[in-house]
Design a protein around this ligand. Structure first.
Ligand code: BTN
Length: 323
């Protein structure tokens, strides 16, 4: 363990106590100047550590930030949350950075998180509202050994993981809107943007970007009617690190289940959580629009729609409106 992590672990274990610089330097077997240097670095990273010439150091509360050390602390996953976590105070888009890292060869499980995004990307060229420390803006790099046609199922796996996370940590009843929105009370609480890099006939990488509205108290006018957050629904702030850890746990479970056993059991859970089956919808695709009733999510993750003209359509991607 690095001196910095050793110091952090020790301070966390003695929260509320004052610890002298001398005791810390003995404990970590480094000079008092080195202790001071590491304390300064932890403060720069967002930790609140008080100091007094007479009493020493006092760790008052964990950082508000989604710091790698906080995300790793106590997480029981094998891959997700265990590989490199690239943390940024501000980024244009975590998906863009994750794609760059993936092209440079970053392994499966690499996570990019930001406290704020200045150009958070949504589907079909939309923006994702990403104010400072209000939500989770995170992108995971995956390297599944699958043909490219299987990639859209990863979006569905991610939707199930986010819904399970909300069910585990909040009293909310999330619903999945195909293919990749999570709604609460008819308003969007999470969006997922999956981007795939292919090489020949195989997936080289998939970047799964997840935006969750967590502690937003308000939204800009254009989102007021359509967006919501955990805080807005429950009037309780949620610790973003706990939420991030639970998502990584849920994602690891669902993703490996999908890779090992196929889409069947995730598809079953998706159907239970989806709000669309049996509903009248209009789906806008690149080249056409189809209005009809949703019959099924088939084993490939496509929506089966009985259109007004009586024909059956299998739809893999589009923008859906429920009537
Ligand atoms: C959508 O519903 O339109 C998808 C929104 C996806 C937003 C997330 S936030 C983290 C990641 N980085 C991005 O730029 N976008 C995704």
């Amino acid at each position: 363990m690095s001196t910095r992590n050793e110091l952090l672990t020790y301070l966390k274990g003695h929260q509320g106590d004052w610890i002298s610089g001398e005791a810390l330097s003995r404990r970590l077997a480094v000079s008092r100047a080195a202790v001071w240097k590491q304390i300064s670095k932890l403060r720069e990273a967002g930790y609140v550590i008080l100091s007094s010439p007479k009493r020493g150091y006092h760790f008052s509360r964990a950082s508000e930030m989604l710091l790698p050390a906080e995300i790793r602390d106590g997480i029981d996953t094998e891959v997700f949350g265990q590989k490199e976590i690239a943390h940024f105070s501000e980024l244009d888009s975590t998906n863009r950075t994750a794609k760059e890292l993936a092209i440079e060869g970053a392994p499966e499980g690499t996570l990019v998180v930001a406290e704020q995004q200045t150009k958070g990307r949504g589907r079909i060229g939309r923006n994702w509202h990403s104010p400072f420390q209000k939500g989770i803006y995170a992108s995971l790099i995956l390297r599944p050994k699958l043909p490219p046609a299987e990639a859209p199922k990863i979006t569905l796996v991610t939707g199930v993981s986010v819904a399970e996370t909300l069910l585990a940590l909040t009293p909310l009843k999330p619903a999945i809107k195909w293919p990749n929105d999570i709604l609460v009370g008819g308003r969007k609480i999470c969006g997922i943007l999956t981007e795939t890099g292919t090489e020949m006939d195989a997936i080289d990488f998939v970047v799964v970007g997840v935006g969750i509205n967590v502690n937003n108290r308000e939204f800009p006018d254009d989102l007021k009617e359509t967006a919501t957050s955990i805080y807005r629904e429950t009037r309780k702030a949620v610790d973003r690190v706990t939420l991030m850890q639970e998502f990584l746990r849920q994602f690891e479970r669902s993703y490996f289940l999908f890779l090992r056993t196929g889409f069947e059991s995730i598809g079953k859970r998706w159907r239970e959580l989806a709000m669309l089956l049996g509903k009248e919808v209009t789906v806008r695709m690149i080249d056409r629009t189809c209005t009809g009733r949703v019959l099924e999510l088939d084993r490939d993750g496509a929506l089966l729609i009985k259109c007004e003209n009586g024909e059956l359509e299998r739809i893999y991607s589009g923008d859906i409106q429920v009537h």
